[in-house]
Design a protein around this ligand. Structure first.
Ligand SMILES: [Zn+2]
Length: 444
């Protein structure tokens, strides 16, 4: 039994969302009780006490869109790569990496990404994977890394026609095998979706093959209108906008996630809402790729379940929030924009999205919910109350303020020291792996 206490406790449970000096008791991976530190300390004297030292205790973060396969891109300058637009970024950098990775490098990338996730307080990751040079078993390799790290993962492989029909089919079969495996797993630590790259790299014929192989009970995880080119392609080839095409191809629904949604119009937003499809917003990636600012505030206003991801750009969801916060204010020329919407997306939206796949309640500290708890080092020098804690988190904290990460009742990091992963070994291995990958791409 664990008792995490002696800090400002933010539960995200609307009935008792804040304790000035609160604690959370975890037993067998599940939260047993939440309350005042002094009361719970008296009640659970035998529990191992983890001292928040006056910092902030809150639910583990959820990242609804991540790319493990991009880990080895950090610092990589591909000779001759000078992209003029989004399609050249994809083809020159990302499709080059995803068509060169080995299975060993996939696992190294996964371990590095999970390690950084834990260090940023992320306990649940929705990953969108691609390794067309090593398709088979790639999701199972990532699962091995996820289990070693001890966090929750929802995995998929991004099916695409971009490397030919044979690899498209093979990636569908990898998804199918992994989804069946995940559906049988009762640990509530692994889930799966059918991954799709984007409308513009998937023909009707390929989508038919995809549908034939998607097991029931899961949805699709697909990039939607990330670049204007995706919209142009859909209009030109199919005579309809992307969300309408996805609707006609039976890809929408409450288990499906449409990522980005930059070039969607109000009627497409309504369609996303009517089908109860989820949307993932990744502000830094959109800005970095010069793709444009998505109409996320409008999508949110339509009542679409919207969450925040990092798209592999960072593993720090607080950074995503900070950037989205200034992006929408700047874009809308409205200093009042996005104050309420973004924390609602990050804390409530991400939790609801995760709970469409994981059974145990996530993103909230209450009896019966998952024992996913983090501690942030934080000493407020202005009053911190039930009315303003989000302002303190937004302006006073960042991912590396997190000192302790607990997932499913297991301590993954304590006082910045990793407990499940060997950081030195992971870094040494991925340095060798990434040098090999870079060399392989340069010699292509
Ligand atoms: Zn993405």
């Amino acid at each position: 039994m664990l008792l995490v206490g002696n800090g400002y406790l933010i539960t995200r449970n609307q009935e008792n969302d804040f304790y000035k000096n609160g604690a959370v008791c975890i037993e067998n991976g599940i939260i047993k009780e939440v309350g005042e530190t002094s009361a719970l300390k008296t009640k659970y004297q035998d529990a191992e006490f983890i001292d928040a030292k006056g910092g902030i205790i809150m639910p583990g973060f959820i990242n609804v869109h991540e790319h493990i396969y991009s880990a080895m891109a950090r610092g990589f300058a591909i000779p001759g790569y000078a992209p003029n637009g989004f399609l050249e970024i994809l083809a020159g950098m990302w499709w080059n990496i995803d068509n060169t990775l080995t299975l060993e490098q996939v696992k190294q990338s996964a371990l590095a990404t999970y390690m950084e996730s834990i260090k940023n307080g992320v306990t649940t990751v929705f990953d969108h994977h691609a390794s067309f040079s090593a398709i088979r078993d790639s999701l199972f390799k990532i699962e091995e890394a996820s289990k070693m790290a001890g966090l929750r993962s929802n995995l998929c492989f991004e099916v695409s026609d971009r490397h030919g029909r044979k690899k498209m089919e093979e990636s569908v079969l990898e998804n199918e095998a992994f989804i069946k495996h995940a559906l049988k797993d009762d640990s509530d630590m692994i889930a799966a979706m059918m991954g799709l790259h984007a409308s513009f790299t998937l023909s009707d014929d390929s989508l038919k093959f995809v549908r034939q192989h998607k097991p029931d009970g899961v949805g699709y995880h697909i990039h939607v209108a990330e670049g204007i080119e995706d919209l142009h392609d859909s209009l030109k080839k199919y005579g309809k906008r992307i969300v309408y095409r996805l609707m006609d191809e039976q890809l929408l629904g409450e288990k499906s996630m449409a990522v980005h949604c930059i070039y969607v119009n109000p009627s497409e937003m309504k369609l996303l809402k009517d089908t109860n499809t989820m949307v993932a917003h990744n502000p830094e990636s959109n800005m970095g790729n010069a793709c444009g600012c998505p109409p996320t505030m409008e999508i949110y206003k339509h009542g679409v379940l919207t969450g925040l991801g990092t798209d592999g750009y960072t593993h720090d969801v607080l950074e995503s929030w900070k950037v989205a916060n200034v992006l929408h204010k700047h874009h809308l020329c409205d200093p009042n924009a996005a104050w309420g919407e973004l924390p609602d997306m990050l804390f409530n939206g991400n939790a609801q999205i995760a709970n469409r796949y994981f059974k145990r309640k996530l993103g909230v500290l209450e009896a019966g919910a998952a024992g996913d708890v983090i501690i942030s080092d934080y000493s407020p020098y202005t009053p911190l109350t039930a009315d303003n804690y989000n302002g303190h988190i937004l302006f006073g904290m960042q991912g590396n303020s997190i000192t302790t990460t607990i997932c499913n009742g297991k301590v993954l990091m304590q006082n910045r020291e990793l407990k499940t992963l060997d950081e030195e070994k992971i870094v040494a291995d991925i340095q060798i792996g990434s040098a090999k990958l870079w060399e392989a791409i340069k010699n292509k």
